[in-house]
Design a protein. Structure first.
Lengths: 255, 179
């Protein structure tokens, strides 16, 4: 078709553009409504689901973790507030606040022993021990969620990874890469010697000594000069399962 | 003796056998050892320790660690400064461990006497320490020095009267009619 020149042509083009725009907006609105619909359906179903499986969520840590990841996918955070539907239905906020308080307890109780650094698995088993009477198993996922709530308080609680292990830090000490490397080497036997560190990481001698000195000062390491080979060993109480015994000991050692 | 003693966790952790250079860590270490020494002596009814002896308290063969003499002196010294132990010589080689305080021993004696109707009765020192009457009680095997101190305390309170016999074996006490 030959394009007609003139004002009429321009006018009809403008009208056409207006119509396209209106149509486009219409489509977008319909889509939006549909999305909102779907989302609210999803939310409802999630709530139905939560209501239906309330007990499983409360009692089964694996189920609970899966439920959390499902909530995260659709932008619902059952822990965001202690008020409202989720808290009322599941009491899930209280659950994690309670865990948080108990985690702080454990970290404080073991701090003098491990310098404020504890293995996540270790923490978790201590937590389970503490909650033995409740008969509600706790998973590492639960621990991490509770700790992430503590992070908001700015109290220096943090989960981080060293080698294959997850560690929980409850003191504001900033560990640098060097310290993390040393802790990683120590995971094999629970201790390192200066030689171990130098050989493993190809460090000049001053660097290893400096890092180890800081770890000592922070209470994260202890020296051991008792081995027959005469080499000083640096032990890390946060590695290994000494902490749980330490708590037992503290409760029973009242002469 | 001591077979069923439950060693604390730190006894199997090598660095606790080396004096820690960092103060906070060392304070914690001293605290743990003080408690262990008292508990171990109580469990085994040990009154005197010789710091030079490698008794099981100072030596863990399973991890091949031994407390140095310096560490032993420091830990026991900390107990001495709290009145829970006493040096028996100037060189600080031998000490008396008060895992039960003398005044608490006095109470134990009093309770034993009440339970056994000893009002107005007489017992020798050796009977209390080694006799049939006290067998199986806390008093069995009590050290003589400690026992005499506890009895003197009771004497001050008018609960017993101590007497000396012809020989040292006859040393003893007469319990008051009003215990």
């Amino acid at each position: 078709m030959r394009r007609r020149p003139g004002v009429a042509g321009l006018q009809s083009e403008a009208v056409l553009r207006g119509q396209y725009k209106a149509l486009g907006e219409n489509v977008a609105r319909i889509r939006m409504d549909l999305m909102k619909d779907q989302l609210s359906t999803f939310r409802n179903q999630l709530e139905d689901f939560a209501r239906k499986h309330k007990n499983d969520i409360k009692k089964n840590p694996v189920f609970r973790a899966q439920f959390h990841s499902m909530c995260a996918t659709c932008g619902v955070d059952p822990l965001a507030s202690n008020k409202g539907f989720w808290a009322e239905l599941l009491g899930i906020g209280d659950f994690y606040y309670e865990l948080g308080v108990q985690i702080v307890d454990i970290c404080l109780a073991t701090r003098s022993h491990n310098g404020g650094l504890i293995d996540l698995g270790e923490l978790c088993s201590l937590l389970s021990k503490k909650r033995r009477a409740l008969r509600e198993p706790i998973s590492e996922d639960d621990c991490r969620r509770a700790i992430s709530k503590l992070e908001i308080l700015g109290s220096g609680f943090e989960v981080f990874t060293i080698g294959k292990k997850k560690m929980v830090r409850s003191v504001p000490t900033e560990l640098n890469k060097d310290h993390n490397h040393i802790l990683e080497i120590a995971q094999a036997r629970g201790y390192v010697t200066i030689e171990d560190v130098e050989n493993e990481l190809n460090w000049p001698s001053g660097r290893a000594v400096d890092s180890l000195e800081l770890l000592l000062k922070e209470g994260l390491a202890m020296v051991d000069d008792g081995h027959s080979d005469g080499k000083r060993r640096y032990w890390f109480p946060c590695i290994g399962s000494m902490s749980s015994d330490a708590i037992d000991a503290e409760s029973e050692y009242n002469l | 003796m001591g077979d069923d003693f439950k060693w604390p966790y730190f006894f199997n952790y090598p660095p606790y056998f080396t004096l820690q250079p960092v103060k906070d860590t060392r304070d914690k270490q001293i605290q743990l050892w003080k408690e262990l020494i008292l508990k171990y002596c109580k469990h085994n009814k040990i009154f005197f320790i010789h710091l030079e002896d490698d008794i099981p308290l100072f030596f863990n063969a399973s991890i091949d660690r031994k407390l140095t003499y310096e560490a032993r002196q420091l830990f026991v010294g900390a107990l001495v400064s709290e009145g829970r132990a006493e040096w028996m010589d100037k060189a600080h080689r031998k000490c008396l461990v008060h895992w039960r305080k003398v005044q608490d021993w006095a109470e134990v004696i009093l309770q034993f006497a009440r339970d056994n109707g000893m009002e107005d009765g007489v017992m020798t020192i050796d009977e209390i320490r080694l006799g049939d009457e006290t067998r199986g009680t806390d008093l069995a095997g009590i050290d003589k020095v400690v026992l005499i101190r506890a009895l003197k305390l009771l004497e001050q309170r008018g609960k017993v009267a101590m007497f000396k016999g012809k020989s040292e074996d006859d040393e003893g006490v007469k319990f008051s009619a009003q215990l």
